[in-house]
Design a protein around this ligand. Structure first.
Ligand code: IMP
Length: 186
C-alpha cells in the first residue's frame, strides 16, 4: 500500500492508472485510516524536487507508510519559466482563475513564442522503513505550447490550454493516453 501525498483528484486518477497492482490511497483516506487529520505540507521550497521531497517525507513520517509525492507545474518561456512551482497558486483563485490569468499574461504573444512545458518531480519516502533517511526522486518533462483558448474537457488544471507537439491538447486525450506522454507518466 502506498500513500499518494496529494488532495488533487486529477493527479490521483492518473497515478492509479500508472500503478496498477498497488493499492494507492490519498492523504484524506490515510488520515481516516490512522484516525488523524494530516496537515497540508507548507510548499515553501523553490524547486519541484524540494517540495516533492518535503511532502513525501512528512506524509510517510506521520502515517508510518511509504509515501509518494508529486510536485509539478507549468513553465512558460515567455513568462520566464513561470508560473513554475507557483502553478497551483498562480491566481489565488483556483483552476479557472489560473487559466484566465495565464491567457491574460500571454495576450498578444504570437503562437511561436508561446512555448511551454509541464514538469513533474515524484518523490518516494519510507521514513520508518528500509529507505529511512533516503528519498528517491524521478522527474519528467513534456514540451508543448499555450493555446489562445481552451480545447477539450478531460484532464485537470491547465490541460485544456496545453497543446502537445502532436497537435492535441492534454484535455483531448483519455488518462491512459495522457500517461504515455505526460511529465507525470514519464
Ligand atoms: P502542486 O500540487 O503544487 O504540485 O500543483 C501543481 C499544479 O500544476 C496543479 O494544480 C496544476 O495547476 C498544474 N499541473 C500539474 N500537472 C498538471 C497536469 O498534468 N495537467 C494540468 N495542470 C497540471
Amino acid at each position: 500500500m502506498l500513500v499518494f501525498a496529494t488532495r488533487n483528484e486529477g493527479k490521483l486518477v492518473e497515478l492509479r492508472e500508472l500503478l496498477t497492482g498497488i493499492e494507492v490511497i490519498d492523504v484524506s483516506e490515510a488520515g481516516r485510516r490512522i484516525d488523524h487529520v494530516i496537515p497540508d505540507t507548507v510548499e515553501d521550497a523553490e524547486t519541484f524536487a524540494g517540495n516533492a521531497i518535503k511532502k513525501a517525507r512528512e506524509v510517510s513520517a506521520v502515517t508510518g507508510w511509504p509515501a509518494l509525492a508529486d510536485d509539478s507545474g507549468l513553465e512558460v518561456d515567455a513568462l520566464g519559466g513561470g508560473p513554475g512551482v507557483y502553478s497551483a497558486r498562480y491566481s489565488g483563485q483556483g483552476t479557472e482563475g489560473n487559466k484566465a490569468k495565464l491567457l491574460a499574461a500571454l495576450e498578444g504573444v504570437e503562437a511561436s513564442q508561446r512555448t511551454a512545458r509541464f514538469r513533474c518531480v515524484l518523490a518516494l519516502a519510507d521514513v520508518h522503513g528500509p529507505l529511512g533517511a533516503e528519498t528517491i526522486t524521478a522527474d519528467g518533462t513534456c514540451e508543448g505550447s499555450i493555446l489562445e483558448a481552451p480545447r477539450g474537457t478531460g484532464g485537470f488544471g491547465y490541460d485544456p490550454l496545453f497543446l502537445l507537439l502532436s497537435g492535441e491538447t492534454m484535455a483531448e486525450m483519455d488518462h491512459a493516453t495522457k500517461n504515455t506522454v505526460s511529465h507525470r507518466g514519464l
